[in-house]
Design a protein around this ligand. Structure first.
Ligand code: NAP
Length: 228
């Protein structure tokens, strides 16, 4: 069961985003998905494409779910040392993980209802917690997720004035078996690697329980608040 009736998912082509889209459809939710593979395409590194792809949407969405993100690609791997920092690595992580999602919300705001419950969720990561950072490393990914969390919190404060039934939240999906986590799954303790379907179920179950009183937070797949 879900309280949502129409969802806009950014990154439905990804592992977790695809499973979230499937589960919402099973519940009868009308789902629109946008990514670099959709028509029109949405590239988080290109503001004009964000504006156009979202501007092409008609009607309201009571759920905006940003399930996109970047940890590694052919050019960049997560940093293992301070020496590994590069401008292009930092720029790309910030563009895809922080700037892009904030612009998505900016352009999607006219589509979010003001007179009924609604949710904006974005997949963040526990490693974006400054207070919880004991291991170091993964500088660009960690910092871009911390920036995402701050952008969501700041936007949530203003939105609480205009969208009184809206919750804006960052969510940590757990460690999930996708292309993004694949190279790092060796470090995951036995039994702690979720399937995409398990993670989607946990995330949507938690989202059902969140309301305007929870806006601006970062919760994990079990519904527990993560320290900023
Ligand atoms: N998997 C995990 O263990 C884990 C743990 C913690 C947090 N997370 C977070 O969960 C989210 C989803 O991760 P995932 O594991 O599902 O990864 P994934 O399977 O690699 O999916 C990544 C998604 O991001 C989209 N994307 C990447 N760059 C983009 C760009 N420039 N413009 C538009 N879309 C872009 C991809 O779309 P296209 O390439 O099709 O455009 C794809 O839909 C990420 O934010 C990640 O940081 C994952």
């Amino acid at each position: 069961m879900t309280r949502f009736s129409r969802a806009l998912i950014i990154g439905d082509s990804g592992g977790i985003g695809g499973a979230i889209a499937d589960r919402l459809r099973e519940f009868g939710v009308e789902v629109v998905g946008l990514s670099r593979r959709s028509d029109p395409p949405l590239d988080l590194e290109d503001e004009a494409s964000i504006e156009q792809a979202i501007g092409a949407q008609k009607g309201e969405f009571d759920l905006l779910f940003i399930a996109s993100g970047l940890l590694h690609d052919g050019e960049h791997q997560p940093e293992k040392s301070n020496r590994a920092l590069s401008k292009t690595g930092l720029d790309r992580a910030f563009a895809v993980n922080a700037t892009g999602p904030a612009l998505v919300i900016k352009y999607a705001l006219p589509l979010i209802p003001r007179d009924r419950p609604a949710a904006i969720a974005a997949l963040s990561a526990r490693v974006g917690s400054i207070g919880d950072n004991r291991l170091g490393g993964w500088h660009a990914y960690r910092a871009s997720k911390a920036a995402l969390n701050m952008l969501l919190k700041t936007m949530a404060i203003e939105l609480a004035r205009t969208h009184k039934q809206l919750v804006v939240t960052a969510m940590h999906p757990g460690t999930v078996d996708t292309t993004l986590s694949e190279p790092f799954q060796g470090n995951v303790p036995e039994g702690q690697l979720f399937t995409r379907e398990q993670s989607a179920r946990h995330l949507l179950d938690v989202l059902e329980t969140l309301g305007p009183e929870d806006t601006g937070g970062h919760v994990d797949w079990a519904g527990k608040l993560i320290v900023p």
